[in-house]
Structure formats: structure tokens, C-alpha cells
Design a protein around this ligand. Structure first.
Ligand SMILES: [Zn+2]
Length: 292
């Protein structure tokens, strides 16, 4: 009996000592995504298996973001860093030891959109805002699942199952947005920052003019005058903008044209726009409301 007890204690001790470092590893299992939409997509695949941290806080532009020392530390400690594209948030691929994954590179070429004017946007040829189209996101799932499997092989089956489930959800989401935007098909819009081109292409909407001619700089009065002229020739529905951009020029354009200003939010991360579908539905609803 006593011998059994000591054997039992020995076993308990051995199992216990194995469990402690294991739980420590589990507690530190996390990946980092630069922007909220990337993290919302990754969370769908990661489930409860691995934590996803977001670096750029809501209300901050992905164009002007500078990582703090604590952000750098978080990146170093993570199991992997997911960023959009080398040109947009390529700082995430520098100065660290963790694995990094450029999401735009995981997309089949046919899904990618070239920028209307490469010099005028992020300074490169590819439009980085691919997450605004659910079917493009569906096309990135094999790449993301592969990336997660490469950093956590034993979780691979979970990631694959989650990706399959999310993939079905994306098809439904696409169908529902199509329904919401049925009467918006072919309609024209002005937009402050050209962040919805993937969304527009998928749902047959048209970007007639962009207020911000160069990323990060406000439009000149001459540029506004051009848009006013354009609105006289084309039936534009509304001026779309985001909360984080200066409102002055949009107001000026609105006063001169009578067009209403409608908020969109491709970044999400606040006000009930956390999950991927919540971000997409919000934008679809705002645009549907803007159409007369
Ligand atoms: Zn952008």
C-alpha cells in the first residue's frame, strides 16, 4: 500500500513537472497582426488555440503608424507576425527574430488590384486594402492556415477546420452584402481615402473621385474644384470618409455640391465593429444608406 502511494506520488510529481513548463508555453502562445482587420481574420482561424494581438490601435492610421519599443518587444516574443504588405506596414518584417508573414503575397494574382495611380497612394503598385472583399479573404485562407500550421504544427487540424467553417461564413456574408447593395449597383461615390476598391469591385460600385490625392496630405482647393466639376457631369451619391481623416475638405465639397458626407470604416476595432463580418456589414449598410 505504502509502496503504491509512493509510486502514485512519484507519478504525480513527474506529470506535474511536465505540466508546468507546458502550461507556461501555452500562456505565451500568441501571434501579432499589424491592423485590426488582419487580426479579425486570423482570429477566425486561430479560434481559442492561439491568441492574436493587434499592434495598431483603433483611430490610428496604418499609413503613419510607428511601432513603440513595447510593440517591438511584443513582436519579438510572438510566434509570428502577420502584416498586410511590404509597402504598407513593412516595418513589421524588420528588426525582429520571429517569423513574419506578408498577407498580400498569399493571394492568387487574379485577386489583386493595381492601384489607380501608384505614385499617389502608398507608393507601390498593389492596392493593399484586399480585406474589404469577403471572397478575396476566402482566397487567402489556405495561405493563412499554412502559415499557422508552420508555427504550430500540432494545431494544424484545428486551424484547417476553423478555416473551412470561416470560408462558408464568407460565402454567406458575400451573398448578404450583395442583397443589401442590390439597389446600389453601378452607383458612383467620392471617397476621402481610396480604401474600398476591392469592396467596390465586388459589389459593382464606382469610385468617381478621391479627395486625398496623395496619402496623408489634404486636398488642395484646386483638387476640390475639380471634384465639384466632376459632380456636375456625373451623378455622385455621397462623399465617403473615415473618422480618422480631417473633415474640412469633405465639408467644403459637401457645401458646394449638396452631397452628404457618409462615414465608412474599413479598419474597425471599435463601436461594435470587431468581428470581420461586423466590419463588412457596417460598410455595406452605410453605403446602402447613402444611395438615394
Ligand atoms: Zn489605406
Amino acid at each position: 500500500m505504502l509502496q503504491h502511494l509512493s509510486q502514485y506520488l512519484f507519478l504525480l510529481f513527474t506529470v506535474g513537472s511536465l505540466l508546468i513548463p507546458f502550461s507556461r508555453i501555452c500562456a505565451e502562445k500568441f501571434i501579432v497582426a499589424t491592423i485590426h482587420p488582419a487580426s479579425a481574420i486570423l482570429k477566425e482561424i486561430a479560434g481559442s488555440r492561439i491568441t492574436v494581438h493587434t499592434l495598431i490601435r483603433p483611430g490610428n492610421s496604418h499609413h503613419t503608424f510607428d511601432p513603440t519599443p513595447s510593440d517591438m518587444l511584443k513582436m519579438k516574443r510572438s510566434m509570428g507576425i502577420f502584416f498586410i504588405s511590404r509597402e504598407l506596414d513593412g516595418w513589421a518584417a524588420k528588426n525582429h527574430i520571429s517569423k513574419h508573414f506578408e498577407m498580400i503575397q498569399m493571394l492568387p494574382k487574379t485577386y489583386l488590384l493595381e492601384l489607380a495611380d501608384s505614385d499617389h497612394h502608398h507608393g507601390h503598385n498593389l492596392d493593399p486594402h484586399f480585406w474589404m472583399d469577403p471572397l478575396t479573404v476566402k482566397a487567402i485562407l489556405p495561405g493563412l492556415t499554412g502559415a499557422l500550421c508552420s508555427i504550430d504544427l500540432s494545431g494544424c487540424r484545428i486551424y484547417s477546420a476553423n478555416a473551412t467553417r470561416f470560408s462558408k461564413k464568407l460565402l454567406n456574408l458575400d451573398a448578404e452584402i450583395k442583397k443589401k447593395l442590390k439597389t446600389s449597383y453601378g452607383k458612383k461615390f467620392f471617397i476621402y481615402h481610396s480604401s474600398l476598391r476591392y469592396f467596390f469591385k465586388r459589389y459593382g460600385l464606382r469610385e468617381t473621385g478621391v479627395l486625398e490625392p496623395v496619402t496623408g496630405s489634404e486636398p488642395t482647393p484646386r483638387h476640390i474644384a475639380k471634384l465639384i466639376l466632376l459632380s456636375k457631369k456625373q451623378k455622385v451619391q455621397a462623399i465617403l470618409t473615415e473618422e480618422l481623416y480631417p473633415i474640412r475638405s469633405a465639408k467644403m465639397l459637401s457645401e458646394q455640391t449638396g452631397l452628404s458626407i457618409v462615414m465608412v470604416d474599413p479598419a474597425g476595432g471599435r463601436n461594435g465593429r470587431f468581428k470581420y463580418e461586423e466590419i463588412l456589414f457596417y460598410n455595406a449598410d452605410q453605403i446602402a444608406k447613402a444611395v438615394k
